[in-house]
Write a protein that binds this ligand. Structure first.
Ligand SMILES: [Zn+2]
Length: 549
């Protein structure tokens, strides 16, 4: 049986057993939380899931357990060993129709002497070569791993802890990996069109990024591998200039079924770079600001849903959200909240104990290769380059989260102000179904459901560091380490923690409206194309620099 099938079997096996023993397993599997506390669980404040469309809230999945339609024995699935190219995907009608990003040579550009990018060099790679990510990213207190049981005893007065931390060796591997410059320096720029109504598979995605990297000031890097072995790409628009630039970060599609983020970022970057070729004002903007992104993090999950959506859906119609190994990328970061449940709270009922289509935090913090690649990317821009704003794109429906309830009031306010500005761009001219703000409960992330991308970004910005002893991030005053739940309210903190990026602000932007916006059907792509135009997503990048205080 292929590894691919093994994953499915794991997911399937889990869901079946969960279904059979449903009533018993719910309280029991949520080991640490007390049964009585569970009953008071406020589900309405769930972070990644709230949506105007009740059908996608995962809370429903606990009471109505999804049955995965796929039998472990079914049809041969693509063989992961043949990756990175997806092997023999039976072309669906949609796929055969494609050529996604239509690339046509631009007469204007080809008729002029070829401007090679040779004189241009990646400043990022230069910076990276001089920086010690491993030692600067860790607390430096003790390298000796402390068992979870000991940690649990230590924090008994504050709450409880579940889940295993990231092994120090793997932290070093994550922060020590080298990026590979994949920029096409010496090829002619060509005109690129990204059409949201067409499918963009992995090959289309990579070729679009490569073509875009032919333009001066655009760089692409391979920053790591996916679980199935595909290259993970990051992109930068960093025009040559002497100006001190503000840095804007974007990430998309860490969740498989949330195609909007991935496609929108690619389109935004492509259109902005090409606009700057003929529009002086746009070029000036690019010379004063740096835009960086990982457009698609869950490349395996995206491809799985493009090539075999039915195989990656539950019986209840839920599409894969996690990585194809059943770990939810939005739960896997070794940030400040990893596995922490504060006193008086309970572990969220939606947190899965085993690989599933969503909500399983992983075997341990930072277990997925995608998480490791993003950890270094995130550290580089948030800490080393002091990025200004960060937008993480998801799809739970026309809402925006801003900041974290556990960061300093000032930092949280920065994020809220950014949200106000982003809302005014997106909603401009809109009279119905506007994007709105969402409020998090005060214990957000401290019920086990944190450890997302923005949680990790804020963890870094606030000055927390990786603790080799704990296997996740901690505060330190240089003498001792403190878990988030021991400190909790940073404004009342008794220890001195230096913020590593004082003015940083982060948003989680939830695109679309309900289940019909998820996945990659032709009707979904049409809805997303309308969403992009109707809600001014094409104007977002250019608007960000004007929002800087
Ligand atoms: Zn998401």
């Amino acid at each position: 049986m292929s590894r691919h099938n093994e994953y499915l079997k794991k997911i399937l096996g889990f869901n079946l057993s969960l279904m059979i023993t449903l009533t018993a397993i719910v309280p029991n599997s949520i080991a640490i939380a007390s049964a009585s506390a569970l009953e008071g669980t406020g589900l309405s404040t769930e972070y990644t899931e709230p949506t105007p469309e009740p059908t996608i809230t995962p809370e429903t999945t606990i009471t109505q357990v999804p049955t995965i339609t796929l039998e472990p024995t079914v049809t041969p699935t693509p063989e992961p060993s043949a990756l990175p190219a997806i092997p023999t995907p039976t072309p669906t009608p949609e796929l055969s129709q494609i050529p996604e990003a239509t690339i046509t040579p631009s007469p204007a550009l080809t008729s002029t002497p070829v401007p090679t990018k040779s004189p241009f060099r990646s400043k990022t790679l230069e910076l990276m070569s001089k920086y010690d990510y491993i030692s600067k990213g860790e607390t430096g207190i003790s390298k000796k791993k402390v068992p979870v049981k000991t940690l649990q005893k230590e924090v008994k007065a504050y709450g409880t802890l579940y889940g295993t931390g990231m092994p120090y060796e793997e932290y070093k591997q994550a922060m020590g990996q080298t990026w590979v410059d994949a920029t096409e320096y010496d090829k002619k720029p060509v005109n690129i069109t990204v059409d949201i109504t067409k499918t963009m598979n992995y090959d289309n995605y990579v070729s679009t990024l490569k073509k875009l990297s032919r333009y001066e000031g655009v760089y692409i890097y391979k920053i790591g591998k996916s679980t199935e072995g595909r290259d993970l790409y990051a992109i930068e628009i960093d025009m040559a200039s002497n100006k001190d630039k503000d840095v804007f970060m974007l990430t998309g599609q860490i969740h498989a079924r949330e195609f909007a983020g991935g496609t929108f970022i690619v389109k935004e970057f492509v259109d902005l770079v090409q606009k700057a070729q003929t529009d002086k004002k746009t070029m000036e903007l690019l010379k004063s600001n740096k835009f960086v992104a990982i457009p698609i993090i869950n490349v395996d999950g995206r491809e799985a849903l493009i090539t075999a959506q039915n195989k990656w859906s539950t019986g209840g119609g839920q599409l894969l959200k996690a990585y194809t190994n059943g770990t939810d990328g939005g739960r896997n970061f070794p940030g400040l909240q990893w596995g922490q449940v504060t006193y008086g709270s309970s572990l969220k009922r939606i947190i899965e104990k085993k690989p599933s289509y969503a909500n399983f935090p992983g075997a341990y913090a930072g277990s997925n290769s995608e998480t490791k690649a993003v950890m270094k990317w995130m550290y580089h821009y948030v800490v080393v380059e002091q990025a200004t704003y960060y937008l993480d794109l998801h799809q739970q429906g026309s809402i925006i989260y801003a900041g974290k309830s556990w960061q300093t009031k000032q930092q949280e306010q920065n994020s809220k102000d950014l949200r106000t500005n982003v809302l005014s761009v997106i909603n401009k001219g809109i009279t119905s179904r506007k994007y709105t703000r969402v409020y998090e409960g005060t214990s957000y992330g401290m019920q086990g459901q944190g450890s997302s991308l923005t949680d990790y970004a804020v963890t870094l910005a606030i000055g927390a560091k990786f603790s080799p002893a704990y296997g996740f991030s901690a505060f330190t005053d240089g003498k001792k380490e403190y878990m988030l739940m021991q400190i909790r309210d940073l404004d009342k903190k008794t220890i001195k923690v230096r913020e590593s990026n004082k003015n940083f602000a982060a948003l989680t932007l939830e695109i679309g409206y309900g289940e019909k916006y998820l996945g990659n059907s032709s009707s979904t792509r049409r809805l997303l194309a309308n969403e992009y135009n109707y809600f001014n997503f094409g104007k977002l990048l250019e608007a960000l620099p004007k929002m800087v205080k």
